[in-house]
Write a protein that binds this ligand. Structure first.
Ligand SMILES: Cc1ncc(COP(=O)(O)O)c(C=O)c1O
Length: 412
């Protein structure tokens, strides 16, 4: 049993059980089975003095209000169910949901900056837009890029955050979270756990203080909802709620409803897709058209591989697999990071982070493995849609993940 521990007073329940019950424990007593969807933007009260006191309380503490939330930018009962469930799955005290993963990261950065801690230490690669947000200093923060071994030395008195993705987008590089948390000392380590999900990895148990998700991906799981969420201790959650109230990056209640529903099948989806991904990795690793395969030690449904040929032809050649950015849906998606997800990162930074121009990233879905392999293998052999560039092998050092070297085809 993959048991989760919430302290001695509570019998630990398995992750699969939490996934379908967390955030819903009161439903039977309410006479309900499906969680209620509360779309209210405002909440009536005939007692303005009491409302003033509750607003003061929220403004000073950031604690969730008892009773109706006054206004939907403070809180929402449907979203709160998703937050409660995600916090439980991550083994964190609290979670705060946002309109997207980028809104969630923005709130974390603003929360730390508002405490006078504007410096961030970050490990590349990160998702392209996270990289851009930090590198461009759009929020008035300053970033020092380093590898995991350099984190301790990069920390300054004004460092508010150390940030890593593990497995990282798109190279699937993994960090030793426990060692990294140790290097951070008193500075909170933020782990973007979007690729692993709490099914494969719970960073809080390894010393991370902040866990971030693009909920748009596996948590929603069906490619039809955008959201972001931060799991952390209640003290930081209070600051995040105050930032969310003031800046407005709230998650829509319908998105909260869909994300809560998504969580209930998260373990089943992630495990099934991971089994298929591992089999595709096994086949790609011995395919003569593939220069290198990246797959994390912890497994998962994300794979990346470098082709000897033209990656754009593979994107143009798929028929069952959808050529699209994003990930974590029930259907398989493939994209070319240098063109799409990491386009916004400067070319030199992208390459030195291991994002080769020949790298393709695939989010494996729930289709049958043989159908996926048939489509992938025909796309890898697809006739070129554009004149072939000189097809030198990528030769990018294995900066990431667990590269599986494939034998080079003879004559190239
Ligand atoms: C690892 C990772 N973190 C954060 C984000 C940003 O999330 P969103 O697109 O929901 O804003 C993404 C988006 O692709 C991502 O892949």
């Amino acid at each position: 049993m993959d048991a989760m521990d919430y302290g001695s007073s509570v019998t630990p329940r398995a992750l699969a059980t939490e996934a379908v019950h967390a955030g819903r424990e009161d439903l039977a007593s309410l006479g309900l089975h499906a969680p209620p969807l509360d779309l209210s933007t405002t909440y009536p009260s005939y007692d303005a003095r009491a409302e003033a006191a509750r607003i003061d309380e929220f403004a000073t503490t950031g604690a969730r209000l008892d009773g109706p939330p006054v206004y939907a930018r403070l809180d929402n009962p449907t979203v709160a169910r998703f937050e409660e469930a995600l916090a439980r799955l991550e083994g964190a005290e609290a979670a705060v949901a946002f309109a997207s993963g980028m809104a969630a990261l923005t709130a974390v950065l603003l929360a730390r900056a508002s405490q006078g801690l504007r410096h961030v230490v970050a490990v590349r690669p990160l998702y392209g837009c996270s990289d851009h947000l930090l590198d461009a200093g759009l929020l008035g923060t300053e970033v020092t890029w380093t590898d995991p071994a350099g984190v301790a030395d990069a920390i300054r008195p004004d460092t508010g955050l150390v940030m890593v993705e593990s497995p990282a987008n798109p190279t699937l590089a993994e960090a030793d979270i426990r060692a990294l948390a140790h290097s951070c000392g008193s500075v909170p380590l933020l782990v973007d756990n979007t690729f692993a999900t709490p099914v494969l990895q719970r960073p809080v148990a390894q010393g991370a203080r902040i866990v971030l998700h693009s909920a748009t991906k596996y948590l929603g799981g069906h490619g039809d909802v955008m959201g972001g969420v931060v799991a952390c201790d209640e003290e930081f959650a209070r600051t995040l709620r105050q930032v969310r109230f003031a800046t407005g990056g709230v998650l829509h209640p319908l998105a909260g409803y869909l994300l809560l529903r998504g969580l209930s099948t998260l373990p089943v989806r992630v495990r099934a897709a991971s089994t298929t991904a591992a089999e595709l990795v096994r086949r790609l690793a011995t395919d003569p058209r593939i220069a290198r395969v990246h797959y994390p030690r912890i497994g998962g449904a994300m794979i990346a591989f470098e082709v000897y040929g033209e990656p754009h032809d593979v994107i143009a050649g798929v028929r069952l697999i959808t050529p699209a950015v994003s990930l974590g849906s029930v259907d398989t998606l493939i994209q070319h990071p240098a063109s799409i997800s990491h386009r916004i990162v400067a070319e030199g930074d992208r390459r030195s982070a291991g994002v080769s121009d020949r790298l393709l990233r695939m989010s494996v879905g729930l289709e049958d493995v043989e159908d996926l392999w048939r489509d992938l293998t025909q796309a890898l052999s697809a006739p070129p849609v554009a004149p072939l560039r000189a097809a030198a092998p990528a030769g990018v050092p294995a900066a990431a993940g667990r590269p599986v070297a494939a034998p080079r085809p003879s004559g190239r």
